[in-house]
Design a protein around this ligand. Structure first.
Ligand SMILES: [Zn+2]
Length: 465
């Protein structure tokens, strides 16, 4: 039994006046967010200006607190003046906007102080009319209706859903789910409600716990497994892509907006755009469905799943690969495998980004110097292996783990700094023969002073030679 937080999303079938009410709620959230941001920004600018005039810290205008609590308190004092229509919407949406603002400011401050991983975050920006419509309810009357075809929302009341809510309703009735919040959002021409739910899951062990499977994300097919299975791309995907091409040609023939001449888009252009949006959503849905089916099947069957750590954003920057890679949704696949593996106790092994899974021969272990992307069949010159390229890669991935568990010496030979970069994340050493710069962290320095693992020492050594 494990407790996880899961989202249940339902498309909404809005009745008359309900869309207007939802838009009003989302607008209320935007108003509160922008109001708070303007206040904080003015305060910060004022203090910065005073500092440049040479005022001492104590003489500056006092800084404003930006916790969600104090922002809400200030909003309640100002709302009659700022938004006299506030009573039309649930008060939750204003709290939601201010809480989001507090989180955004906190993230920005942490990022500036270097307390956050990843790329630096900028100062929060004002939300325009075109930013996504959404609002969140955390308290009040929201949840599922008894008939399993409606959801309850504060202020708005009962809203019909396009599909039955039984999957979540059963959990709620059994007492294994607690709904924490409801988020309403508008995406691809449709309204959705997404419940964030704390669910107690019975953990399901995989049917073959000792089996190791390597997954090579394909270009032609969705994925190739080391077991020899090929998972084809979801059906309808190519049809939808052809249709998308047709619609985009159609849009190009119609009069779209032009900033320079201030041309207003024609209604015909707008109609085509709406169709394109719908189709994009459909393609994304088909793709996500295929990925979910694959990842669920993987973690239900195998005890260990080996995937590659692909440099997805780098590959998308390569124009020729871009659509293919983005199309398969590689990053999404990894995300799904990782969280689903946590539910069923499956081990996920992520091969190092520089591990040449495609270039290595899965029979004799020889690494080819070069392998074109167009070569779909792997031919080994040393042992004469002829195998599908993706299957060869998948087998290499699976071998990474099988190798480690069966004989430790095998893993060590793979880690030789003589040019074979067959390393994985679990046996990661600093500085590599492939030219990846050694990280300059404290851990690195510690290793140099007291080399405990001999393999790591040889790596550091070779790097500094
Ligand atoms: Zn070979």
């Amino acid at each position: 039994m494990s407790s996880v937080i899961q989202a249940y999303r339902f498309a909404l079938d809005l009745g008359p006046g309900q869309e207007q009410a939802l838009r009003s709620h989302c607008g209320g959230r935007r108003r509160a967010f922008n109001w708070g941001l303007a206040r904080i920004k003015a305060n910060l600018d004022q203090r910065a200006a005073e500092r440049t005039c040479g005022l001492a810290e104590a003489e500056l205008t006092p800084s404003l607190w930006w916790s969600a609590y104090s922002l809400r308190k200030d909003w309640n004092l100002a709302k009659d003046e700022v938004a006299p229509w506030w009573a039309e919407n649930s008060k939750e949406v204003y709290s939601c906007g201010l809480a989001d603002l507090a989180a955004a400011l906190g993230n920005w401050a942490d990022s500036k102080r270097g307390k956050r991983k990843g790329r630096g975050l900028g100062f929060p920006r004002f939300k325009g009319k075109r930013s996504g419509l959404s609002c969140r309810f955390t308290t009040g009357a929201f949840g599922l209706a008894e008939d399993r075809r409606h959801v309850k929302l504060p202020r708005i009341g009962l809203v019909r859903t396009h599909e039955s809510t039984r999957k979540l309703a059963r959990h709620v009735e059994r007492g294994t789910a607690r709904i924490r919040s409801a988020t309403v959002s508008h995406r691809g021409g449709r309204w959705f409600v997404s419940f964030s739910v704390e669910i107690t899951r019975a953990s399901t062990a995989p049917s073959r716990p000792e089996s190791v499977v390597g997954v090579d994300l394909g270009v032609k097919s969705l994925a190739v497994l080391s077991t020899g299975e090929t998972i084809p791309n979801p059906r309808h995907l190519d049809v939808a892509l052809g249709e998308l091409r047709r619609l985009q040609r159609q849009a190009a023939r119609r009069a779209g907006p032009d900033r320079r001449t201030r041309r207003v888009p024609s209604n015909r252009w707008r109609k085509t755009q709406a169709r394109i949006t719908r189709l994009h959503t459909r393609v994304a849905n088909v793709r996500r469905d295929g990925l979910h089916k694959l990842t669920t099947a993987l973690v239900r069957t195998h005890g260990t799943v080996v995937i590659e750590d692909l440099n997805v954003s780098g590959m998308i920057r390569n124009r020729r690969l871009a659509r293919r890679v983005a199309g398969v949704g590689m990053a999404e696949l990894r995300r799904q495998i990782e969280y689903k593996a946590g539910w069923s106790g499956v081990r996920v092994h992520v091969a190092d980004r520089w591990y040449p899974s495609s270039k290595t021969c899965s029979a004799c272990g020889v690494v080819k110097a070069k392998l074109c992307l167009a070569e779909r069949i792997y031919r080994c010159e040393v042992c004469g292996l002829v195998l599908d390229r993706d299957l060869n890669a998948a087998r290499n991935l699976a071998a990474l783990v099988q190798c480690e568990t069966s004989s430790p010496s095998c893993g060590a030979t793979r880690n030789e700094p003589a040019g074979n970069p067959g390393k994985t994340r679990t046996t990661r050493a600093t500085g590599t023969a492939t030219g990846r710069p050694a990280p300059t962290g404290t851990g690195h320095r510690r290793r140099r002073k007291a080399p405990t693992a001999s393999t790591q020492w040889t790596h550091v050594h070779s790097h500094f030679r």
